[in-house]
Design a protein around this ligand. Structure first.
Ligand SMILES: [Zn+2]
Length: 203
């Protein structure tokens, strides 16, 4: 844009551009946030900037379950009170948050970091399946709960995992049908999720 016609200063433009890249933040929201931050006390803005940098510097993946963590193994894997005979398989770390919020599940997790999707070029080697199988081999796990999303990719992934895990003689369950088709776990409400875990069925 022509220098004289540009209504905002370059640093503000830049912040708006960056905020606009975030999911769910359109150009209008990005603008509103940028001007809000402009009015914010410098200390507050610094805290936000530091929090953003800190997740990039301090957060890594748990070497056992691949949850995001600042200590390895993560707090769930470390906790003695967790039931180590169960592993709940989810697509994303946010799914653990949703499931933990219901407080009905006390086992361990495994984060795949995605779902198999031939259309998006995500193959079986692109998500943490190999690591899951290594983890299950010779473990004391007696139930694996397939908690992938109920959309096409999630169902495909669950079917593929079922095929791989069945020969190991481990009980395989899937979250109950209470979750409507197309549901992303992350956005399911507590009541629905609780019902889905408690009513889980043999795959
Ligand atoms: Zn972990």
């Amino acid at each position: 844009m022509n220098e004289e016609l540009r209504p905002t200063a370059e640093p503000i433009d830049k912040l708006i551009q960056e905020l606009n890249k975030l999911p769910g933040i359109g150009p209008k929201s990005a603008q509103r946030l940028a001007y809000h931050l402009l009015r914010t006390a410098e200390e507050q803005a610094k805290l936000l900037a530091e929090a953003i940098l800190s997740i990039k510097q301090k957060i890594r993946l748990c070497s056992v379950c691949f949850n995001v963590t600042d200590a390895d193994p993560c707090s769930i894997c470390r906790r003695d009170q967790r039931d180590r005979s169960k592993i709940c398989i989810v697509e994303q770390p946010q799914d653990i948050l949703a499931l933990e919020h219901t407080r009905v599940y006390n086992g361990l997790y495994h984060v795949l970091h995605g779902a198999i999707s031939p259309t998006e070029g995500v193959g079986t080697d692109d998500i943490r399946i190999k690591e899951l199988l290594e983890r299950l081999q010779g473990s004391s796990v007696d139930e694996v709960i397939l908690a992938t999303n109920t959309n096409l990719e999630g169902e495909q992934t669950a079917m593929y995992l079922n095929k791989l895990i069945s020969p190991l003689g481990i009980r395989i369950t899937r979250l109950a049908r209470g979750l409507p088709f197309g549901t992303e776990l992350e956005y399911a409400d507590d009541v629905t999720l609780t019902r889905a875990i408690e009513g889980r069925q043999e795959f």
